[in-house]
Write a protein that binds this ligand. Structure first.
Ligand code: HEM
Length: 432
């Protein structure tokens, strides 16, 4: 039996320091991967996990042997928060929930969401004065929250943004990686109150809809008609709210950061948006015409995948490339490292949307690029997120030029991989 490679000596010490000092986690993982290859054990006392990288491992975990890996880890904060949400369930329960949630996120429903997507973008963008400096991490969160609640809950979130802002950030902080990995008893100040506020909002939403149920034409209506209890509906709504807005926030914020720092790419996008849309509002048909924007979004997701890591627990003994995972072992698959794997991506640190021309994409090995995961547990919101990103960015680019104000930005592992300390840009009106 092969032993899992573990960083030793100097590398171990450097890696441990980097992992504790959250700033350098990703670069530490990159250098461990360079040293040890596609399978390695993390050097964290109290958190025994094996990291897998690359297409073979991704295919094993997500498709070929997926029945041997469970999602749910009872003690993890994300399970405690989402309770019986589709994201943290396994087996039959997972499949039943996914079946109930699917219709509202199906490709054919997305056309009906496009208007809400550009209207919510306008609502936030109308506040940006010419030449003002804004933090795109904050602004994109507002847009993503407004869109998600408007389309899936038929709710105008505007009056809730302020009162629930800190609540949402605290909830996200609770599920972010942190000291709880090493010490389960770590206190979480403010979390209990945040959870109460979140629950009060969601249960009130459910009660109002139960009292006034018409056609189940959105996700919330569909869940009520399915006969689920309030508690189970709350778990699905919170799952959608968290998984569906924080990821899009990160993608949109990273994309604006990359555009503000790559002027020639932004110029090309302005030209495409002007050509396809001129000044009219975008439709779903337009989305398919915006091919350069599509490549920019794909490349943003490659460099900064909002979900950069997936976690599973081996349900039984699993063999992989001569290694044995015992039942109960924690196995992680790193989307971030797969997306920067030197064997599959030339010059992997460079922002180059042309990696995603149709010819280049055709030549790529499956499971080297997986921003939305893969297999039957892939992201249920993929189509939603792809259209949303295009509509929001196209709408902003119709009106604005984004200029970097030169503040250093680095990836930070929160609930998603987000730009830290934010994305500060100068918004210039193009046709002032
Ligand atoms: C850029 C945006 C998004 C990215 C990058 C993303 C990424 C992912 C990834 C990688 C997974 C699989 C995780 C794993 O293997 O453990 C996932 C699952 C999931 N995502 Fe997304 N997501 C995005 C947007 C959304 C949206 C908009 C929604 C809902 C409206 C959503 C809801 C979910 C749910 C519920 C799951 C769990 C699916 C299941 O277990 O069957 N996501 N997402």
């Amino acid at each position: 039996m092969k032993l899992f490679p573990t960083p030793s000596g100097d590398v171990a010490w450097r890696a441990l320091r980097a992992l504790v000092n959250e700033r350098q986690v990703l670069s530490a993982l990159e250098s461990i991967h360079d040293d040890l290859g596609d399978v390695f054990q993390l050097p964290l006392p109290g958190f025994n996990a094996v990291m897998l990288v690359g297409p073979e491992a991704n295919r094993l975990l997500l498709v070929e042997d997926r029945e041997s890996f469970l999602w749910r880890a009872e003690q993890d904060p994300v399970t405690r928060l989402l309770r019986h949400g589709v994201l943290v369930e396994d087996g039959e329960m997972h499949d039943t929930l996914r079946h109930e949630l699917n219709p509202a996120l199906h490709r054919k429903m997305i056309e009906g969401y496009v208007e809400a997507m550009w209207r919510c973008t306008d609502q936030v963008a109308d506040q940006w004065r010419d030449a003002s400096h804004v933090d795109m991490l904050v602004e994109m969160r507002k847009i993503a929250l407004l869109i998600l609640t408007k389309t899936l809950f038929r709710e105008d979130f505007t009056p809730k943004i302020k009162p629930l802002w800190q609540t949402i950030l605290r909830t996200l902080q609770y599920i972010s990686p942190g000291l709880w990995l090493l010490w389960r008893g770590v206190p979480r100040p403010g979390y209990r109150r945040a959870l109460q506020q979140m629950d009060a909002y969601l249960y009130q939403l459910i009660a109002v809809r139960r009292a006034a149920l018409g056609e189940p034409s959105d996700l919330l209506g569909g869940l009520i008609v399915s006969g689920m209890s309030d508690s189970l509906i709350r778990d699905q709504l919170l799952t959608m709210l968290i998984a569906g807005h924080d990821t899009s926030t990160a993608l949109l914020a990273w994309a604006t950061h990359l555009l503000s720092t790559h002027g020639e790419i932004q110029d090309a996008l302005h030209a495409e948006v002007d050509d396809v849309l001129d000044s009219r509002v975008p439709t779903l048909a337009d989305v398919n015409q915006l091919s350069y924007l599509d490549r920019v979004i794909k490349e943003s997701l490659r460099l900064y995948p909002p979900i950069h890591l997936g976690s599973r627990i081996a349900a039984r003994e699993v063999e992989f490339q001569g290694y044995t995972f015992p039942p109960g072992a924690r196995v992680l698959y790193s989307i971030y490292l797969s997306h920067r794997h030197k064997a599959y991506w030339p010059d992997p640190q460079r922002f180059d949307p042309d990696r995603f021309t149709s010819q280049n994409s055709r030549q790529r090995l499956p499971y080297t690029y997986l921003p939305f995961g893969g297999g039957p547990r892939n992201c249920i919101g993929t189509a939603f997120a792809q259209v949303e990103a295009k509509i929001v960015l196209a709408r902003i680019l119709q009106t604005f030029e984004l200029n970097s104000v030169g503040k250093h930005v680095r990836p930070r592992m929160g609930a998603t991989l987000e730009p830290h300390p934010g994305v500060f840009v100068e918004m210039r009106r193009r046709h002032a």
